[in-house]
Write a protein that binds this ligand. Structure first.
Ligand SMILES: Nc1ncnc2c1ncn2[C@@H]1O[C@H](COP(=O)(O)OP(=O)(O)OP(=O)(O)O)[C@@H](O)[C@H]1O
Ligand SMILES: Nc1ccn([C@H]2C[C@H](O)[C@@H](COP(=O)(O)O)O2)c(=O)n1
Length: 229
């Protein structure tokens, strides 16, 4: 058994709705590696804070909650999304709501919360490899990753994708409001002091504004060669 540092990691970071999760899951499926949706951890923590009536600025209680968070991911087979459980209750749908994403973005600015989740995220690094997506996977959590991708798309395109996604789930949404919320979340995630959203120095930046999902995947495939894949 090698050291965890020998296990290859691919990171996909970027702003909300850029398609990180879609790309990272496809890569994990293609490589038959593990997958970590780090945003889901922040979302589950936000949900747990709400459930236990902890204020979004109560850093001490949030730290304790993050340390003891009873979260489980059951990996999706054949490209299906992973199932997520908080305290044995399935929360996949609740954490995907925009309110939960916004609440996650707020608590994610707290140093205590990030510190508590850091080790839990690193624990997902298991053989044969890990593909992970988030905001600071390449800059802070796995700075030695073999391949770092920073996936972007214009704010309008990201709002349009989110709008379509919500509509398909039967959730009513307003494109203008989504654009506003996305801009607010971008600002909060980029401007925070700790682990702000930014490309790692050695990340490859990919703008997916005019690329279909399959084209993004095709563009990335050649980058995998020589990365322990
Ligand atoms: N290149 C693309 N072209 C069109 N739609 C896309 C593209 N990539 C992803 N999508 C769609 O956009 C929506 C958001 O994608 P996804 O959840 O992967 O984004 P994300 O960056 O992980 O978002 P979040 O940060 O909120 O978790 C999904 O409905 C997905 O199918
Ligand atoms: N590595 C990460 C992942 C997520 N966050 C925060 C900031 C996001 O706005 C929020 C929700 O993430 P999403 O599910 O939309 O990817 O969680 C973070 O700070 N660092």
């Amino acid at each position: 058994m090698g050291m965890s540092k020998d296990i290859p990691v691919i990171t996909v970071d970027g702003p909300s709705g850029s398609g990180k999760g879609t790309l990272a899951q496809r890569l994990a499926q293609h490589l038959e590696w593990h997958y970590l949706d780090s945003g889901a951890m922040y979302r589950v923590l936000a949900l747990a804070a709400d459930k236990h009536s902890i204020a979004p600025n109560d850093s001490q209680q949030l730290e304790a909650l993050a340390q003891n968070l009873d979260v489980r991911f059951i990996s999706g087979l054949g490209g299906m999304p992973a199932r997520v459980f908080l305290e044995d209750v399935e929360v996949g749908d609740s954490i995907r709501r925009e309110e939960c994403g916004n609440a996650a973005s707020k608590i994610a600015a707290l140093a205590e919360v990030r510190r508590a989740l850091l080790m839990r995220q690193r624990a997902f690094r298991k053989t044969p490899g890990l593909v992970t997506d988030g905001r600071d996977m390449g800059t802070v959590v796995f700075p030695e990753a073999a391949l770092k991708i920073f996936l972007t798309a214009s704010p309008y395109e990201r709002a349009r994708r989110r709008y379509k996604q919500l509509k398909e789930k039967g959730i009513g949404a307003n494109l203008k409001n989504l654009e506003k919320e996305i801009a607010e979340r971008d600002r909060r995630d980029c401007e925070r002091n700790i682990a702000p959203l930014k490309p790692a120095d050695d990340a490859i930046i990919l703008d997916s504004t005019n690329l279909a999902i399959k084209d993004v995947f095709q563009q990335v495939l050649p980058w995998l060669s020589g990365k322990n894949t």
